[in-house]
Design a protein around this ligand. Structure first.
Ligand code: K7E
Ligand code: CUA
Length: 682
């Protein structure tokens, strides 16, 4: 053991020092590093060249060889960019988080369903309030969300870096975010249900954004007693049509499919050989209705009695054909394909899936669907070809709603015992699949078979190794790990509990993102970084190659409105600043540039309505100005080139100092002005 440790350490230091010295000693850096020769001492001699005693630092800090190796894999010097960006759901924060990898540096939090003051989102700007308006629930403002599953837009099954979608499980809403400016452009509220979970997932060219529901309810929104559950309560899945050119979901082309009142769960779109199909898991096919206050079994028991639940298999073309043939009914003003039509027209088939399933993930080539049952130690792998054949042969059975049910044995390709509490599966480029194990607190690596069997030396459909994670992993995300060509580089374990990993910060603990290096094969799959996540409970994340994203450095033209994508009618250039009265509405046309607003005095009368338009006329990278108006709940962030409008009623006379909230220059504190409100009688 000692000898191995010594060799490892020497190898590690050789790597470290080679990297550090490569510029200066290009000719000699590698030649002296013979790992097999115990007398070779490249580390010792090279270390002197470093000018610091790195080895003794490691010893002083108690760092093991594995720690040092992990540090070398993740440390990212100042000014060096990350290779990947992870888009992580922010859970209860209602936001998305953008994290650089492998450094695991938090780069940005994108405000989606929740107002956020730094970005001036939902804090007074007309543009952001218009976006949030789209998310009203039965007319009411809901100012938070439970984001679960981000979905990057895809072209031919590859992330294309143009947009990202995410859902709000708590209110059945879907948001569209542009990766030109990383801002939310649209929120749509699902009109027929109140919770979603199988959202958001996209088809391989992002024509459709899939939003599967979760808790069944009357789709009409009307009351029905729980005793009418089987008759009146329904599940649903919605297909939102994405108009890429407009950068918006086209609600007029979107529709839903009525489903049995099973609790539909995660969905995934088919790709390549299974393009044109999508699947959603489900649980509570028992249709348990809970009621432990009356001595009935609680949901957790009632919904877990059966050995099998149902994977729902959808044919997209047939759904569109039924919609186009007018076979929909309007529910709450939204077109819905009735359950009978879904069953009779071949839109929906059910496939038995073991015990309380959660994840349903399609392999990179689209050949297989991997399903994990929370209460079954196996992953079950279905063959898409077999599903097609079974559908063609005509299923012998139906469920109690008349939906055809395929026979389990006809469609299963393999089962692999991976461990306790399997949830979600991701893929790499070496023929391995990775499944999170909630109860085991581990990530399992196992081999795929069929066309993947030749990619590694291990036997097909078998468990290879497990890496312990800390603790209670939900989703995992690998670099481009749910696309048609996973990169096989990094995998993040999104752990729900962190227990003993970080300094205690009171009884509400952060979650823990653990970065695993999956570049090796076989049993090599170490944890190389821990990132505490103290902002809501993230669920899923997607990881995209950073160079696929082409974000704007500044807005394309001065006066740009990020919501319309055009020059704002109120855009104001230098020299055009003015205050105009139109009845009792006062328009302020203001510019912001280091380090002043123009005009600096704005005088109105009590009782006026103010429409305040501000244009940031800067063209310099990072030259953002903020705008804060005391007492008016206004915080704006005006990026270079942007025009923003805020409107409010002037209810009190007085003097209101406004100021820039971004420390934009040495004279930033002087970037201020006075809003003077004369009494109405004056
Ligand atoms: Cu947390 Cu995808 Cu909503 Cu599983 S889900 S863990
Ligand atoms: Cu502009 Cu501070």
């Amino acid at each position: 053991m000692v000898a191995i440790a010594t060799l490892n350490r020497r190898k590690i230091w050789a790597i470290a020092l080679t990297m550090a010295l490569v510029a200066v000693f290009a000719a000699v850096a590698c030649s002296s590093g013979d790992e097999d020769d115990p007398t070779a001492a490249p580390a010792a001699s090279a270390q002197g060249q470093l000018g610091g005693d790195a080895k003794s630092i490691a010893e002083r800090r108690g760092l093991s060889d594995a720690d040092i190796e992990a540090a070398l894999k993740t440390f990212t010097p100042t000014g060096v960019m990350d290779e990947y960006l992870m888009f992580s759901s922010g859970g209860h924060s209602g936001q998305l988080h953008v994290i650089g990898m492998p450094s695991m540096r938090l780069l940005k939090t994108i405000a989606v369903f929740t107002p956020e003051s730094w970005q001036g989102y939902g804090i007074g700007s007309n543009e952001s309030e218009e976006v949030l308006e789209g998310g009203r629930v039965n007319g009411d403002e809901v100012l938070w969300g439970d984001t679960h599953h981000p979905a990057l837009t895809e072209t031919a099954g590859e992330y294309d870096g143009e947009f990202v979608f995410t859902n709000d499980k708590a209110n059945a809403r879907v948001a569209v975010i542009s990766l030109k400016d990383f801002e939310t452009k649209q929120i749509v509220k699902n009109p027929i249900t109140l919770s979603d979970h199988g959202a958001t997932m996209v088809t391989p060219n992002s024509e459709w954004v899939i939003e599967g529901g979760q808790y069944a309810m009357p789709l009409s929104g009307d009351y029905a007693p729980i005793s009418d559950y089987q008759e009146k309560y329904r599940g649903m899945v919605t297909m939102w049509k994405f108009d890429r050119a407009a950068g918006r979901i086209d609600t007029t082309q979107s529709f839903a499919i009525e489903l049995p009142p099973y609790w539909q769960d995660l969905c995934d779109a088919g790709k390549l050989v299974s393009e044109g199909w999508f699947v959603c898991g489900s649980f509570n096919t028992e249709m348990a209705t809970g009621g432990n206050q009356d001595g009935n079994p609680p949901f957790e028991a009632g919904a877990s009695q059966a050995d099998m639940d149902y994977l729902h298999v959808f044919n997209i073309e047939k759904a569109i054909a039924a919609r186009d043939a007018g076979k929909t009914v309007q529910i709450q003003g939204f077109p819905v394909i009735p359950l009978e039509v879904a069953a009779s027209d071949g839109i929906l088939h059910l496939v038995p899936e073991p015990k309380s399933p959660h994840g349903a993930d399609v392999t990179p080539g689209g050949e297989y669907i991997v399903v994990s049952g929370k209460l079954d130690p196996h992953v079950t792998i279905y063959s898409f070809d077999k599903i097609i054949a079974a559908i063609a042969a005509g299923p012998a059975e139906t469920d109690s709603f008349g939906v055809p049910v395929l026979a389990f044995d006809d469609v299963v390709e393999a089962q692999v015992e991976v461990g306790l509490g399997p949830l979600h599966t991701q893929f790499d480029n070496k023929g391995y699949a990775y499944t999170s194990l909630f109860l085991d607190s581990a990530v399992a690596r196992w081999t795929l078979g069929g066309p993947y069997a030749s990619l590694n030396p291990d036997p097909e459909w078998s468990l290879i190794t497990k890496t312990q994670v800390h603790y209670n992993v939900g989703h995992i995300a690998a670099a481009e790990g749910d696309t048609v060509s996973p990169d096989g580089k990094y995998l993040v374990s999104l752990n729900k509990w962190s227990l003993d990993r970080f300094n205690l910060v009171g009884p509400l603990l952060p979650q823990n993102f653990q970065l695993l290096d999956i570049e090796g094969t076989g049993e090599e799959m170490p944890v190389i970084y821990d990132m505490p996540v103290g902002f809501g409970e993230p669920h899923y994340a997607q990881i995209i190659k950073a160079d696929k994203i082409h974000a704007w450095e500044v807005y394309p033209e001065i006066g740009f409105n990020p919501l319309t994508g055009e020059i704002d009618p109120s855009a104001t250039l230098a020299g055009e600043e003015r205050v105009e009265r139109d009845g009792n509405t006062v328009h302020v046309y203001m510019t912001a540039v280091r380090s002043h607003f123009t005009p600096e005095h704005v005088t109105v009368k009590e009782g006026d309505h103010v429409a305040w338009h501000i244009t940031n006329i800067e063209r310099g990278l990072d030259a953002t100005h903020g705008f804060a108006m005391p007492g008016k709940n206004v915080s704006l962030s005006i990026e270079p080139g942007e025009t923003i409008t805020t409107e409010f009623d002037v209810t009190d006379d007085g003097v209101f100092p406004f100021y820039c909230t971004e420390f934009c220059s040495a004279l930033h504190l002087e970037m201020a002005g006075y809003f003077l409100v004369e009494p109405s009688g004056s």
